[in-house]
Design a protein around this ligand. Structure first.
Ligand SMILES: Cc1cc2nc3c(=O)[nH]c(=O)nc-3n(C[C@H](O)[C@H](O)[C@H](O)COP(=O)(O)O)c2cc1C
Length: 415
């Protein structure tokens, strides 16, 4: 019977275990988690989402405080167009996070950075160029471009000396999105080195509308595979979203996938950035406690636990300190919704904003509990402890379970 370890992901001369731990911002897929994947011979992702905040927390820098100090006088102003990121500081923060992760890398695997292009940071092109360039400068093995995929992203770094040596991949949720990207990047004579096809059961933002239930990963993967074959494009294809067991992974690998990208099962390991009390919420969740909603100001539907503190919070927008979702004109759908509620309730001390959330604040504080569809199955992957809580796993345990399990079995950790 086949198991994942019978397959290898071939990247140039490198042969890797075909398991990729997907990026989970903001620092949910930590350096520690990515380093374990690399040590075990697979691929791990860190994320560059809100990287100045991550650098402050990890390396005691003061990027967020400095930015707030600079724009403090603007806090009460509804016009946020003047709130800009210092590009030098942004590069420094990226280099801290990526550089230190790469220095700590051991083993044969690779470490990639997940780059969410929807973090437009009040200057989409300039900030994205800096994020990509700084990650390459700091020695990242590869970059996965995700949510909000910009067709011109490769062109932003075409002059970088590592443009052709670093692995560059994209996440798409449809054949059409892939075709558009390929058409655009063909002009640079630089195809993506891998394509992650993310289906509707994934965690984080979804590349589908609220009709996500009408789609399934297997169908989209097959369409993309047939297209790549027909066009004779030898690009490794990596399905993601709802691949919960080693056997699930094998069925994709047997059908031509080069690797699988997984994340949800790693949200409850000790190397993951979620605080343990939040991890217990993930374990406890039942299927009807997980929803896909439209509260993310990015405009993409997002899957999360209904009990997330971020839902309906009415937080004052934090754009002067954070501001990662401000578009090129200084607008954020949350700030707009917040201002609307304040106008409607002029005497209220606090307003509730139900239709959008301050994603920057709540992702930073681990209060937006985004998760994959199968989060409700996590309780079956561990043991219940005498106090009623669930045993936190190790990344190695989950990785090896994907690598060696057969017959839809899930190995429980030793007590
Ligand atoms: C908690 C969580 C956060 C995520 N954050 C991101 C993100 O910041 N960027 C991204 O491209 N994908 C994100 N994802 C998607 C994963 O990288 C991955 O592709 C997907 O969740 C795989 O499906 P699975 O969770 O069912 O295994 C996130 C997933 C989870 C569970």
């Amino acid at each position: 019977m086949n198991y994942v370890d019978n397959f290898r992901l071939q990247f140039g001369k490198k042969q890797l275990v075909p398991i990729i731990i997907g990026g989970m911002g903001v620092d949910i897929s930590t350096a520690e988690l990515a380093l374990e994947a690399a040590r075990l011979g697979g691929i791990g992702h860190i994320s560059d989402a809100m990287v100045p905040s991550v650098s402050d927390r990890r390396f005691h820098t003061h990027f967020v405080k400095e930015k707030l100090k600079l724009y403090k006088l603007n806090v009460a102003n509804t016009d946020k167009s003047s709130v800009q990121f210092d590009l030098g500081r942004l590069a420094e923060a990226t280099q801290n996070h990526v550089g230190r992760t790469m220095e700590a890398k051991r083993g044969e695997g690779l470490i990639f950075v997940n780059c969410m292009e929807k973090l437009t940071m009040n200057a989409p092109r300039e900030t994205l160029r800096v994020r990509l360039t700084a990650a390459l400068d700091a020695g990242i093995d590869g970059i996965t471009l995700s949510a909000g995929l910009h067709l011109g992203s490769f062109a932003l770094i075409e002059d970088h000396p590592r443009f052709r040596d670093a692995k560059l991949g994209i996440i798409v949720s449809s054949l059409r999105a892939l075709q558009l990207f390929l058409r655009k990047s063909a002009r640079l004579n630089r195809l993506p080195d891998y394509v992650v096809v993310e289906g509707p059961l994934a965690g984080g933002h979804l590349g589908f509308g609220m009709d996500w239930k009408d789609y399934d990963l297997q169908t989209i993967t097959t369409e993309v595979r047939q297209h790549l074959l027909a066009e004779q494009l030898d690009i490794p294809l990596i399905p993601a979203g709802g691949i919960f067991t080693g056997s699930d992974a094998v069925s994709f690998l047997e059908n031509g996938a080069a690797a699988v990208q997984v994340a949800t099962r790693f949200t409850v390991v000790k190397e993951c950035g979620l605080p343990e009390n939040v991890q217990q919420e993930y374990f406890k969740a039942s299927e009807d406690e997980i929803e896909v909603n439209t509260i993310s100001p990015t405009g993409y539907p997002m899957r999360m636990l209904k009990s997330s503190p971020a839902i309906g919070a009415g937080t004052h927008p934090n754009c002067e300190a954070l501001g990662y979702l401000l578009d090129g004109s200084g607008n954020c759908a949350y700030a707009t919704a917040y201002n609307r509620e304040v106008l409607a309730h002029p005497t209220a001390k606090r307003v509730a904003v139900m239709d959008k959330t301050c994603l920057c604040t709540h992702m930073r504080n681990f209060d937006c509990w985004t998760c994959g569809h199968y989060t409700y199955r996590l309780k079956d992957t561990t043991r219940r402890l005498p106090d009623g809580s669930y045993q936190i796993l190790s990344a190695e345990h989950v990785f090896r379970d994907y690598q060696f399990s057969v017959d839809q079995k899930i190995a429980l950790p030793s007590a």
